[in-house]
Design a protein around this ligand. Structure first.
Ligand code: MG
Length: 385
């Protein structure tokens, strides 16, 4: 049973919902928290949860943050060193990694090497460094619990599964985002505001744009292939607009098991923390009759080029996945800064993925290099757009 939790990315969407879960469980203590830049919320969290350690990743905010909590007993730190300190913090028996982006890779590896169980909400680290992360997890005998709703659903469906041989395929559900059913022509001039308007899930800006481009689902196919050791051709995506079925597994006898619930991340977050136990949660009960019907469609791999890029990246090899992810992190940000168009994101991710020589990473440096090259390619192309 988890008693002390370290939360990387505690001021973000997943982090604050994880603290809701903590509020609801008497025996849970927060030992370390980290934020990227939001030192105001981080300070409030220091005062409320009294962690032993608080870290601000953005070093330019460090001195302001340090003075703001100088009257508390919480020790403070900054930068990647601080993140790694929080990921390996002696008191913590579970590390929730909910930072956004590739920056989560080194802390995830550090946590595994420090023999910490990990609740992983940071899909980008598994996408970029999947083979290295899975090896660190198995070498150190630690558990990796998925927090992403689809992967938590599959993990829940797999409880009591007879053997690996019985599993035939994974069926990831996708909401389709705000632009489901649109043609490329219709997506030419979409605005940041339109892309940020997700039909079902209330999430951070980066993942909401990833959801609009369907890059999010592409990243999740890769994430699922690592977590459940499945080849890409045994992971299917079905667009399910209502986001009630969070994903499914199919056994060799063609029996399909699904996990359902209202779209609320606090179920998968809580399950990752309390596994294998279940407890009452602050989440609303599902009323199927209120929905009346659930719908399912094929995804459009031509219009949503990011999805295709991720599928092809799996076939081409590990570093191509890192390149696709790095390219997307930059393209996603440039779109939000209104420097490139919505459709440019898919084109740039696809180009950077193809530009990467297909190979498997041998070390973290290989991953960081592929990531950097992809980022540079996107930044350079964007200058000309
Ligand atoms: Mg998800």
């Amino acid at each position: 049973m988890v008693n002390n939790i370290s939360i990387l990315g505690s001021t973000g969407s997943i982090g604050t919902q994880a603290l809701d879960v903590v509020d609801n469980r008497d025996n849970l203590k927060v030992s370390a928290i980290t934020a990227n830049t939001n030192i105001k919320v981080l300070e409030e969290q220091v005062r409320k949860y009294k962690p032993a350690l608080a870290v601000v990743f953005d070093e330019s905010k460090f001195s302001e943050f340090r003075s703001s909590v100088a009257d508390t007993d919480t020790r403070v730190s900054a930068g990647m060193d601080g993140l790694i300190e929080a990921a390996t913090f002696a008191d913590a028996d579970l590390v929730l990694n909910s930072v956004v982006g590739m920056v989560g890779l080194l802390p995830t590896l550090a946590a595994a090497n420090a023999k910490k169980n990990i609740a992983l909400a940071n899909k980008e680290t598994l996408v970029a460094g999947g083979s290295l992360v899975m090896k660190a997890v198995s070498d150190n005998g630690v558990s990796l619990y998925p927090v992403d709703s689809e992967h938590s659903a599959i993990f829940q469906c797999l409880q009591g599964s007879p053997s690996d041989k019985a599993l035939k395929r994974l069926i990831l559900t996708a909401s389709g985002g705000p632009f489901f059913g649109k043609t490329a022509e219709e997506l030419k001039n979409v605005t940041v505001e339109q892309a940020l308007n997700h039909p079902n899930w209330d999430m951070g800006a980066k993942i909401t744009i990833d959801s609009a481009t369907m890059m999010n689902k592409g990243l999740e196919i890769i994430e699922a292939s690592w977590l459940f050791d499945m080849p890409a051709d045994r992971i299917d995506v079905v667009v399910h607009r209502e986001s009630v079925i969070h994903s499914m597994i199919e056994y060799v006898d063609n029996s399909v098991i699904a996990q359902l619930g209202v779209p609320d991340m606090r179920i998968p977050i809580q399950y990752a923390i309390t596994y294998p136990e279940r407890f009452p949660s602050p989440v609303a009960q599902l009323s199927l009759t209120e929905y009346g019907k659930l719908t399912f469609f094929e995804p459009d791999y031509d219009t949503f080029k990011c999805l295709r890029a991720c599928k092809e990246a799996i076939d081409r090899g590990g570093l191509c996945m890192a390149a696709a992810n790095g390219a997307n992190e930059v393209a996603n940000r440039l779109f939000r800064e209104r420097k490139i168009s919505f459709l440019d994101i898919g084109d740039l991710v696809y180009e950077a993925m193809l530009n990467q020589e297909n190979a498997e990473p041998k070390t973290v440096d290989d991953v960081l290099e592929a990531d950097r090259t992809a980022r540079e390619l996107v930044a350079e192309r964007a200058e000309r757009l």
